[in-house]
Ligand binder design. Structure first.
Ligand code: SF4
Length: 452
């Protein structure tokens, strides 16, 4: 290859430059990392998004509020930096609305779920297009699995273990964007985890769409060869990993044996993120969720009994069609009573091709926003109460990699956010601390017990 005879600097200057922008979840970040390594293997040089590139890849999300507006803003930004740059869109929104994305000024290529990991094959001709070329498919064809992981901030990695979902929640477009539930082989997950540990990364976050369904489709069929419990048990044995964090898991798939394992584990951290969506059984049934509040309460109480210091985060949707003031207050009271640690509050918004979009008893936007505000207020109160309950306890902190206005931040194993004056030596290190107090920004200050 002609490039081989040149010095590295000259070689790089000859390479085409590619930059990435990722919207949405940890899974999207892990997939951007996979696409990026494919591009580097094809002799592209990866550059930061703010700098001039020949190709910009935008990994889209269909859950983000105003996903289309966000997308247009990002495309505009690329054209401002380099109007000749070739712009490619991949990800969930690209699968759901390929034609609409292709119409956006500046977009040259839109790849659906089956083609996103084949991007390099479409980059031989980087000529700007009037209207973007679309290579999309019926989601049923996206039944294969591509594994990978992303390393964020040098401290933690998002390890993809599962993709797609077989559930039919009436408000959700993810199964339409990502296809059926399928999993990486256990062997490959363990290999990736080992690789991450060998890079000195201290924390691995398990990510997917419905990770509690891990094992389904591992070998291309609908059967469960392994279960989520098999996965966590095996990962616990991988040497060199300091922390393993379960990103988000459906309540009906969080088994007692998994809670038990985490409560005794030196690597799995006591932090659970468990979508609830509503505290009203009537609304849960309309959402076609696979549990009622009694099961949810049981999961939370089981965790709190086994690990009183565990952090429990909750996803909740407000303003779902048919949600009355009474239903909403039931949700508020249910969460307040359970004393969970923080909430991610989503304001219901209609999504094409979902069952809920055709439902009657639509909740006015102003009411949705009022309810969302109330739950965000509750989340602040719950997080404060959780942090206060941790004051004067001994914890371990993993320090992040960024200097934030002269401070370095970090998270304890049970997801308490701490801060201390910036010191580059601390980056990606773990320290034992005693939590002291909460500062005016709601972050926790500490005293060192022992520095590992
Ligand atoms: S479990 Fe429900 S909300 Fe979650 S991805 Fe599957 S269909 Fe969507």
């Amino acid at each position: 290859m002609f490039l081989s005879s040149l010095k590295n600097g000259e070689k790089n200057s000859m390479k085409k430059k590619v930059a990435f922008h990722t919207l949405g979840c940890k899974l999207n970040f892990s997939e951007t990392a996979t696409i990026a390594s494919q591009m580097e293997a094809a002799d592209f040089e990866k550059v930061p998004f703010e700098s001039k590139a020949d190709v910009y890849v935008i990994n889209t999300c269909s859950v983000t509020e105003n996903a289309d507006k966000r997308f247009k803003e990002i495309v505009k930004k690329t054209q401002k930096i380099n109007e000749k740059a070739f712009v490619a869109a991949v990800g969930c929104y690209a699968q759901l609305k390929p034609e609409a994305l292709a119409e956006v000024d500046g977009v040259d290529l839109v790849l659906g779920a089956t083609e996103k990991f084949n991007l390099t094959a479409y980059l031989n001709d980087l000529t700007k297009q009037e209207v973007g070329r679309v290579h999309a498919c019926e989601i049923e064809e996206a039944d294969f699995y591509v594994g990978g992981y992303a390393i964020g901030e040098r401290t933690r990695a998002f390890l993809k273990v599962q993709d797609g979902c077989d559930y039919k929640c009436t408000y959700c477009t993810i199964p339409l964007a990502r296809g059926i539930s399928r999993s990486d082989t256990l062997e490959n997950v363990l290999k990736n985890a080992q690789e991450i540990a060998s890079k000195g990364i201290k924390e691995i976050v398990l990510t997917g769409v419905n990770i509690g369904d891990y094992g389904k489709g591992e070998f291309g069929n609908k059967k469960h060869q392994h279960t989520f419990f098999d996965l966590v048990q095996s990962l616990e044995e991988v040497p060199g990993i300091s922390r393993l964090r379960i990103s988000s898991i459906e309540p009906n798939l969080l088994k007692n044996e998994t809670i038990e394992l985490v409560s005794k584990s030196d690597v799995f951290v006591p932090h659970f993120h468990i979508p609830l969506q509503s505290g009203s059984d009537k609304v849960l049934k309309k959402m076609k969720r696979r549990y009622l509040t009694s099961l949810y309460r049981d999961r939370i109480e089981t965790i709190q009994n086994k690990m009183p210091h565990a952090c429990i985060g909750v996803d909740v949707i407000v303003g779902f069609p048919g949600e009355t003031e009474q239903d909403f207050l039931e949700t508020y009271e249910f969460l307040n009573e359970l004393a969970v640690s923080y909430l991610h509050v989503f304001t219901y918004s209609e999504r094409d091709r979902t069952e809920a979009v055709n439902m009657s008893e639509v909740v006015p936007l102003a009411v949705r926003n009022k309810r969302s505000k109330m739950l965000r207020g509750l989340s602040v109160k719950l997080r404060r109460a959780f942090y206060e309950s941790q004051i004067d306890t001994k914890r371990t902190v993993l320090f992040e990699g960024e200097n934030k206005k002269g401070y370095i931040h970090g998270f304890t194993e049970n997801y308490v956010k701490v801060k201390t004056p910036w010191d580059p030596v601390l980056v990606n290190t773990v320290a034992e601390v005693r939590l002291r107090d909460i500062d005016q920004d709601g972050l926790v200050r500490f005293d060192y017990v022992k520095n590992n």
